[in-house]
Design a protein around this ligand. Sequence first.
Ligand code: SAM
Length: 327
Amino acid sequence: MSLFDKFGRQITDLRISVTDRCNFRCVYCRSADPENYREHDQILSWGELERLARILVGLGIRKVRITGGEPLVRDGVEKFVSSLKGIGVQDLSMTTNGHLLAERCERLIAAGLRRINISLDSLDPIKFEKITRTRSYDAVMRGIDAAQATRLAPVKINAVLVRGFNENEVEAFAAFARERGVIMRFIEFMPLDADRHWSRELMVPAAEVHQRIHAQWPLEQIPHDKSETARKYRFADGAPGEIGLIAPVTQAFCGHCSRIRLTADGKLRTCLFSKEDRDLRALLRSSASDQEIEDLVRAVVNEKEEGHRINEPGFVPPSRTMVFIGG
Ligand code: SAM
């Protein structure tokens, strides 16, 4: 069975946020203020998540990314990885800030994880602290080293560039990719931060990043699937490592989007920028049959937005910020 929206896009990718809690407070994502985390009973249980995942895989989902909040702060995530493997998810990955990764890496691999994305927004410990509002630089570096030493290599490193914070590190990040053989991905800052500080001026366009790296180390484009978020490049001089540019703002890829998202509290979102999301938790807890859940998912997916409209006049950011969606 397959899931299509009314524009003919096939939906094959699911991002599952397993918690809204996080041990970091990155400036471009969370507020510095204490946050209202959802009560535990408002978050889907592992059993509920597993049931939904099974239904969605039955509808043609092939790729699942576990995210949050910070997925590694929720106990039992390894068991969830293993249950997703058992359901038959073909491509299973996780996005993490890496703080708890070093000690969890082997267990995650044993559970069936095969790919990992680690967020790293600065190579300077002082700046890292300013951005994440934590002193976890060394722990994250240990997490990256641990993952690189396993079959999770090459790991993908995600950096969100914010002008005035870390845009001067583009070349240093590219050097890091070459030295460590990692896939260094630059994500454009999106209007999803809790403090609503986003502005076009704070965002560093992917074209600028490309031009700066290319000037120092010429890049060659690597072919990519249309639905992939990143434009991928290798170094023309044959150095290890890769560069990925993710440009949701300046080069939107909505036309080929194959993604849907499940929030930790059980809302199905068809776009990061959806104005509304649909509640699956109530349905799950009302003893609905799998068929009823499937019917709702199909109806919601059918109405997936054509595009995110960030660049249209009168754009209003969604009321749910990244904290409550899961990246
Ligand atoms: N805690 C994990 C982590 O740090 O990777 C997973 C959740 S985090 C919300 C997932 C990804 O979303 C991270 O790579 C983060 O950098 C990105 N992100 C968060 N807020 C963003 C924003 N306003 N614009 C672009 N990317 C953002």
